[in-house]
Design a protein around this ligand. Sequence first.
Ligand code: C5P
Ligand code: C5P
Ligand code: C5P
Ligand code: ZN
Length: 480
Amino acid sequence: MTAYRDAMDAPVPELATRAARCAERLRAADDLLLASHIDADGLTSAGIASTALERAGIAHDVVFEKQLDREAVERYAAADYDAVFFTDFGSGQLDVITDYEAFTPVIADHHQPADAAIEFHLNPLLEGLDGGSELSGAGASYCVARALEGDDGDNRDLAALAVVGAVGDMQVVEGELIGANAGIVAEGVEAGVLDASKDLAVFGTQTRPLPKLLAYASDVPIPGITGDRNGALRFLDGLDAELREDGEWKAWADLDTAARRTVVSALVQRAMRTGVGADEIEALIGTTYTLCGEERGSELRDASEFSTLLNATARYDRAAVGLAVCRGERGAPLDAARDLLREHRQTLATGVDVVREVGVERESHVQWFHAGDRLPETVVGIVAGMAMGEDGVEAGVPIIAFAEKDDGGDDEPGVKVSMRGTPRLVERGLDLSTVAAEAAAAVGGDGGGHEVAAGATVPAGRETDFVAAADAAVSEQLGS
Ligand code: C5P
Ligand code: C5P
Ligand code: C5P
Ligand code: ZN
């Protein structure tokens, strides 16, 4: 029943006291609701929390929300819960939550806290840690899970899910997880559930056949390979390495060390020959987080592929499927998740064509497009990010995307806004979370998010005013 012996045993020592207090309150709960954010980080948060609660013998219901608004909090208050455990959200809505006295809130989050104090609140920002890059919602939940440790284990195996959450929230900095996240990685490695090693930093190392892997890798564009399947085929065919098995292309994960070395050094040579910059070439290599307990060739084995699988459930209102996978269920839930992933890929692929068809407008400091009802509001941001650098979309200019909100017809019409920047722009001073908040406020909407990715909801018809306000805000941040 004891929480970890002292702070030095905790995955994040700065948060040990808060974690122990949260854990203690959860143990005392009679009727507990676990409420989490509906994205990859929120799903892994709920997976960690739910598993740890179950191991501790604490019964609970689980609910997911796209956004934690007053209506949701009111619903919880009207039900018979004496405590609600909020994961991956809650801090930003503290002012609303504290309006209700029907339940005790327990919060494990990493978003900017609103101005209100509560007793059971774990958030890296409260202890001077960076909630954008050093700890995710899943990491915050993991801290509480570790404090819930009991006779049947210390929950260190859940570190793997915490890493999936951090990767899903794009917390990787220059190729690796840092700060408190790195401490969690170390616990996972020690527990034998995680491997962290330097490898080719490209999405799809477990599941994509080599030509597709290289042709689709757009983070570091290499002329003659990126976006060019035939070019990638010619490149691979020219290498002296065992890259096929029974005539079929292998996946990266199936290559031995020698073959990997051959491919990487040829890639680097090609990049140098075609004028790719030195720091971009360096970005080809990063830390790969592998979940050792999962089968080779499964999406679940790679943290980045796992998080995309979860997004494919969460962004289409199928969070229960993603949660089941996070809780270790295989078979039907995993099959369902894989079907959703196939559809998600299809949506993303056609999404980039939609951007081309509706056309991107260039302002002085931003570019923008309006997808209307042709893209779901939940993926328009992902598509905007993927479209950067494609035909007709500049790579080094923040992009704003609009999509009609699907309100089931009963709410006031709103428009979803998604914004995406690049790490390079953030280095130069871009903070899209401020841009989203300010520009939304200017047109009577609501927005926020991260420096590199933000979103908002604005009233229909105010899109061009939003663009103008955002253009001005970005201009101020980046200078003219
Ligand atoms: O919900 P919010 O925190 O969860 O969204 C995270 C989103 O931010 C991801 O879906 C991703 O599209 C975006 N992002 C990005 N590039 C980054 C960091 C985040 O596109 N470097
Ligand atoms: O933007 P968010 O974090 O939700 O998306 C996950 C990221 O995974 C995408 O931005 C994209 O770079 C990558 N991805 C991919 N191929 C897919 C799906 C996602 O490269 N089929
Ligand atoms: O939906 P999208 O992926 O574009 O969201 C990017 C980021 O902006 C997420 O972190 C999300 O939580 C945030 N966001 C927000 N307020 C909104 C919409 C999105 O803070 N109204
Ligand atoms: Zn998060």
